[in-house]
Ligand binder design. Structure first.
Ligand code: SAH
Ligand code: DHB
Ligand code: MG
Length: 224
């Protein structure tokens, strides 16, 4: 009972700040309702988290963004809206059906010319990206089990100053379960340990509560 009330309160607080600070934009409403209608899982970032990603990308002056895990393009739209006129965003998605929903949502947001969706296993499609053109900002939000691979690729595709953000690193505290059978938990723990061991990276994790429950994002800076 206590737990339910707590979650309701997180939700209400999230809603209050959204009303106050997250400007209404029909492109986001449309993307969420089209995703829901197409039967996509409701696992996009929250509006406040989307705005957080958007602000981070602007704060670091990102001109090129890589996203791993598109879903219906909700976080993609937040990130692409942070780009300058000549900016570009590449987003990787396994499901061609999800990618189709995202494509329509991104077009509807007027961002088709800035965003490229690449369909396939990200572990494969990442190798098709050019290391000659490093990304300024990388958002990792696909299958958590592959996060160690995604970090390796993120390092290859980055330069000093690149910001890497990984979603869902806390998952109701399951990150602490060091003998978990879950491939997702193993992947997340492996990712965090790799970040810690890599001298080129400086990082912290912010735990979050809100409309997405209890979770967190890793914020990682490529220092050299
Ligand atoms: N970033 C989105 C949510 C992504 S959900 C948002 O916040 O709006 C995770 C997505 O990763 C799903 O769409 C799933 O199909 C995709 N995915 C899962 N495994 C993948 C893989 N191996 N390669 C690429 N995408 C993958
Ligand atoms: C889930 C949530 C996410 O934010 C995500 O990227 C993938 C999965 C989930 O709740 O299952
Ligand atoms: Mg996520």
């Amino acid at each position: 009972m206590q737990e339910v009330n707590q979650r309701q309160l997180w939700n209400t607080v999230d809603g209050w700040f959204e009303g106050l600070l997250v400007e209404a934009d029909p492109a986001f409403e449309h993307a969420l309702s089209a995703s829901r209608q197409a039967g996509l899982p409701d696992i996009n970032v929250s509006p406040s988290q989307g705005k957080f990603l958007h602000l981070l990308a602007r704060m670091c002056g990102a001109r090129s963004i890589l996203e791993i895990g598109t879903l219906g393009g909700y976080s993609t739209i937040w990130l692409a809206r942070a780009l300058p006129e000549d900016g570009r965003l590449v987003t990787l998605e396994l499901s061609s059906a999800f990618a189709q929903v995202a494509r329509t949502n991104i077009e509807n947001a007027g961002l088709a010319d800035k965003v490229e969706i690449v369909v396939g296993q990200a572990t494969d499609t990442l190798s098709g990206l050019s290391i000659e053109e490093p990304f300024d900002f990388i958002f990792i939000d696909a299958d958590k089990e592959n996060n160690p691979h995604y970090l390796t690729w993120a390092l290859r595709l980055s330069c000093p100053g690149t910001v890497i953000v990984a979603d869902n690193v806390v998952r109701q505290g399951s990150i602490l379960d060091d003998d978990s059978e879950s491939a997702d938990v193993k992947g997340m723990r492996g990712f965090c340990e790799m970040v810690a061991a890599e001298p080129r990276l400086s990082s912290t994790v912010l735990q979050t509560v809100g409309s997405k429950g209890w979770d967190g994002m890793a914020i990682v800076l490529v220092t050299h």
